[in-house]
Design a protein around this ligand. Structure first.
Ligand code: ATP
Ligand code: MG
Length: 726
């Protein structure tokens, strides 16, 4: 094969995989070994060297960010837009098929995709209808179980025996299915299952796509769940050309139904499959790679791969122990700030965490330092309350019967439609099996409401009707602009005070920009003229993680959970909250999923190219309460010789500096002269034993926070506390 710009940037093993004759191919390799690069080059090689038409190719991955990057790398290599090429997440590609074959899929005209929060609301409503107490079975658990069933392909009418035996759950599931179908609601699990059922049950549609897609490519194959795997399998049946790349050590979605076995069984399922292995890591310095290897070696049940690099040894790995989560954030942002001052770009700094709630402390520091940043996943732009409100107005304009939307904005901003009025409407809806919209109309017609309430409700409904008719005439962004003004949302936040209000206003304005850029994207994809742009935009908002207040192309610090960092890389990574209970997560430890947490740690470490910081705090607010923290076991699994002996910034004060009860110099002591320090165990006559987790103030005003094992956290003034060190 002639050397070309497509093959030159590849090593031998990659080149072999990229140019292998079409057929079932599995690339099995560790982090940063160039799997995604191989997949991207495979696509371009097919197009350029094999004359495959881009619209005969479908490529799937897991996150929007990864999909975007994949498309742009393909286009860069091809030197032109890859028109007609299907690249996207499983969810977005599924949605695309469902839109194109809505009727065959049995979906109503204006179906809408609902996110996890809306799904939970629907589960709660379903339970209300069935009069099932939330204490009997928590709605969150129900939602989780429904998703698991869908991931495995189980509908309410064909549940496995063991699940059927749990009558309550299967009743709720059946009713939930019915409700969603009636209201045209599609949750994330449904999106995939519907797509699969469409392909499986409709011969015409199946054969169309089987012949259309001559080549199927899947990145992050280790994290496919049963339904995703089956979709890929169905699509590739006619041409048998499937190119799957993955790493069993990076399988981190077991809790969401991912099946590593899909990868392990690849050769069995696709007879004649060729397997390629890549072993050279191009991403990380050797110290970082060694740390990652040391961690993952502790797992059993691995396929086992050896990764090596001929890159530089790199800097030492740095561990920072903060006194609190605020201190941890202060440290990280301080580092980033000085790196930026030295000319490094912001987007090369990634703050990774196990739980999305951790982003808040970092966001606050970033805001106060005026450093632009983007949050991926978690606190999604489109999940922010003010954005959801605006979206709800738009949704109602498309679909009056969208109860979640109606509920959300009928009195937001407040327009005098109180709980009493709404109770009447809800009650009517429940009795008539009608939507809230229909029930409102009925209530107005039958004078079931007070004249004032009836008037406000009518005004609200007329406004929605107006939005609806405008949606045919106005550009998407003009429509959004109109809606946020006319609905009163913008004015509502403008009347609020403070920074939070300001950011809400900014976010609402950002929504106009989002609508604009979505329209442009649609035109480029050749979607511009047909169909209803607004309803497609609405589905997009449920799928798109979005970025906070900035375009992804902007140079901003990157914040994301470890799960959403998969597949990405950054010059500097700050892995934060390395504490027992947080990471590894308490739930995973108690459920015996430590190995998956360790893989997550491996994923996190291998995102780093040059610098890696591992941060933890001695005390942290968890679920609204401060609690002392123990460093993560993963920290101790990293060989000491890879870690810098000392941080080159002063450690946080270990001793609390004020004259204390014992009065000896500047250090607090207890009555017998033992120094009181952060982290030490003390005894209190009333509260028993506890650990000092925070301290503030001086002199007589000095106080400490102690986490008592019986009584929980308490602030005590040192001068009066009568503490005894034990
Ligand atoms: P992950 O498991 O994290 O998804 P991956 O195996 O998909 O990683 P890539 O993201 O494709 O790895 O590549 C990692 C880095 O190495 C990228 O910066 C990529 O550009 C670079 N790279 C890959 N292959 C080569 C190569 N043959 N020569 C030089 N650099 C390479
Ligand atoms: Mg990759």
């Amino acid at each position: 094969m002639e050397e070309s710009h497509i093959l030159r940037p590849l090593n031998d093993a990659q080149r072999k995989a990229v140019t292998a004759p079409p057929g079932p191919i599995l690339v099995l390799a560790g982090a940063g070994s160039g799997k995604t690069r191989a997949l991207v080059h495979r696509i371009t090689w097919l197009v350029e060297s094999m004359g495959v038409r881009p619209w005969s190719i479908i490529a799937m991955t897991f996150t929007n960010k990864a999909a975007k990057e994949m498309r742009s790398r393909v286009e860069e290599l091809l030197g032109m837009p890859a028109t007609g090429l299907w690249i996207g997440t499983f969810h977005s590609l599924g949605l695309r098929m469902l839109r194109l074959h809505r009727e065959e899929a049995g979906l109503p005209e204006e179906f809408e995709v609902i996110d996890t929060a809306d799904q939970l609301r629907q589960v709660k409503k379903t339970m209300e209808v069935l009069r099932i107490d939330e204490k009997a079975i928590p709605p969150r658990q129900v939602a989780w179980r429904i998703n698991s069933c869908k991931d495995e392909g189980h509908r309410a009418h064909n549940l496995p025996e063991a699940v059927v035996r749990d009558g309550v759950f299967s009743d709720i599931y059946r009713e939930y299915e019915k409700r969603c179908q009636q209201l045209g609601l599609v949750d994330f699990g449904e999106l995939l299952l519907r797509t699969y059922e469409l392909l499986k049950n409709n011969q015409t549609v199946r054969e169309h796509y089987q012949s259309k897609f001559e080549h199927v490519l899947i990145d992050e194959f280790q994290d496919t769940n049963q339904i995703q795997f089956l979709c890929g399998h169905l699509l590739s049946q006619a041409h048998q050309s499937i190119f799957a790349v993955g790493d069993d050590d990076q399988s981190i979605y077991g809790w969401r139904g991912a099946r590593v076995e899909n990868m392990l069984g690849f050769e069995r399922i696709y007879s004649g499959a060729t397997v390629f292995r890549l072993e050279q890591n191009y991403r990380s310095s050797s110290r970082i790679l060694n740390a990652a290897n040391a961690i993952i070696h502790r797992n059993s049940g691995r396929l086992g791969k050896d990764l090596w690099t001929d890159g530089p040894e790199g800097d030492m790995i740095r561990v920072y122990c903060g006194s609190s989560e605020t201190d941890e954030a202060r440290f990280v942002i301080g580092r980033i700030e000085s790196a930026i001052e030295k000319g490094e770009s912001r987007r090369e700094h990634a703050i990774l965490y196990r739980s999305n709630a951790q982003s808040r402390a970092f966001e606050e520091q970033l805001l106060s330092h005026n450093i632009p940043y983007a949050v991926y996943g978690g606190m999604r732009f489109f999940e922010r309350a003010e954005i959801k409100n605006a979206i709800a107005y738009l949704r109602l304009a498309v679909n009056r019967d969208s109860d979640p939307s109606f509920d959300r904005v009928v009195n937001m901003p407040p327009r005098g439609i109180g709980d009493r009025t709404l109770d009447i409407v809800r009650d009517l809806a429940a009795r008539q099996g009608a939507s809230l919209w229909q029930a409102s109309r009925l209530a107005i017609e039958t004078s079931a409401l007070s004249a004032r309430a009836s008037g406000s409700l009518k005004q609200f409904m007329e406004m929605i009707e107006e939005f609806s008719s405008l949606s045919n005439d106005l550009n998407l962004d003009d429509l959004v602009d109109h809606v946020i003004k006319k609905s009163g949302l913008l004015a509502y936040h403008q009347n609020e005070r403070g920074e939070a209000a300001l950011s809400r206003i900014q976010n609402l304005k950002e929504l106009i920009t989002a609508a604009k850029s979505y329209s442009i994207g649609q035109l480029e994809e050749g979607f511009g003229e047909n169909g209803n742009n607004l309803s497609r935009f609405l589905s997009h908002t449920a799928l798109e993680p979005g970025e906070r207040g900035s375009e992804s192309s902007d140079d901003c610090v990157q914040l994301m959970s470890l799960h959403s960092a998969k597949g990405l890389e950054f010059q500097t990574v700050y892995l934060c909250g390395m504490e027992e209970g947080l990471f590894p997560h308490q739930l995973s430890v108690s459920e015996g999923n430590l190995e998956e947490e360790r893989r997550l740690c491996y994923v996190g470490i291998t995102r780093a190219m040059r610098n890696l910081y591992l941060c933890h705090a001695r005390s942290r607010y968890l679920y609204g309460r401060p609690a002392p923290c123990v460093p993560s076991r993963f920290l101790s699994e990293i060989p000491r010789e890879l870690v810098a002996a000392e941080m080159d910034i002063p450690p946080p004060p270990q001793q609390i500096e004020v004259p204390g009860i014992g009065g000896s110099g500047s250090v607090w002591t207890d009555s017998t002269g033992n120094a009181l320090e952060l982290g030490c165990t003390v005894h209190h006559d009333k509260f028993g034993e506890g650990t000092i987790i925070q301290a503030e103030g001086r002199g007589d005003a000095a106080r400490v926070q102690i986490h008592f094992s019986q009584a929980g956290p308490k602030w005590l003034v040192c001068a009066y506390a009568r503490l005894r060190r034990v």
